[in-house]
Design a protein around this ligand. Sequence first.
Ligand SMILES: *Cc1c(COP(=O)(O)O)cnc(C)c1O
Length: 370
Amino acid sequence: MTWKIPFLDLRVDDPEERRDLLAAVEAVLQHGRFILGPEVAACEQRLAAACGRTYAVGVKSGTDALFLGLKSLGIGPGDEVITASLSWIATANAIRLTGATPVFADVGDDLTMAPDSVRRLLTPRTRAIVPVHYTGSLCAMPALLQLAQAHRLLVIEDAARAFGAWDHGRPAGAFGDVACFSMNPMKVLGACGEAGLVVTNRRDVYERLLALRYNGMHQRRLCHEPSLNGRLDTLQAAILLRRLSDFERRLARRREVATWYRKHLKGLVDVLPETAGARSVYYLFPIGTDARDALRAFLAARGIEVQTRDADLLPCHPAYRDGYRAEFANAQRLIRRLLCLPIHDKLTHDEVKYVTDCIWEFFKGGRPCQ
Ligand SMILES: *Cc1c(COP(=O)(O)O)cnc(C)c1O
């Protein structure tokens, strides 16, 4: 038997899901309110409630969510905003395009922003921090919030990868002045196209976001500040509403895969620990090993697609290499050893077992006996 295990499989091939999604699309075609239709408001309400927030504003992408979230708090030229060296490039770009200066903090062994590094990078111009829930587990938010409070910094959560995660009952998105989500198809809660969301409890910020997502217009009449058009469209909202209804079931499957990996890779590779009282959504399942490149080739030859994600740290991209303050020694050390395993809800037991068997074979030269 030849195996082919893709890193992700975004096709909608479950007949029931397909039927429901088509029905959701059909309903939108029927009412014709393609922009800010009723599904957008319903989706915003459901997602705000899911992360314990008063307000949610649907936008066109996670990148827009970050950019507009930062703008809604008045962040701009002259401000420094500290984020993690390890993230998707959108985090840096969103900060930069407000006119503020991104500053890159090192990460701890959990792959999220290290409070110590943030502290070293503070200056009188530091205005905000943008912690990134990198793998789909929450950052150590209590320590970061404490630091932010002590230095009067705004907090913008980059929760793009973490919808549905929590820590001691507090969900991703519930921590910052604003929190930003992406629902692009790769994310754990994904649309069938681009989608994003900003949540907040502050009414002033909410109202500003409503204007910012539509050319800075207030009540469709007067523009108070220049902005672009970044509204979540109704079709994607309709799809997200349907996907929310079986989010927990799919997440449970993803978590079963993670539990299997964790159990069967123990002693072979480094795996991030599960924090007691916390739930990860496992956007990524990274493993750490000094034999990273050989293992990747070994698995590829056996039909298993593994990926090195975000291998170029944010301050190492040409756009940010010169003139930006950064700490990333630990991030560099960690990322060189990391490989991300396929993790999604379509993986079968046999496939997941095959992945761990192959890794076992790579390290031990034989199949595990069970
Ligand atoms: C995906 C992602 C984004 C951007 O989201 P898009 O919807 O792709 O624009 C931002 N930050 C992180 C950490 C992400 O993973």
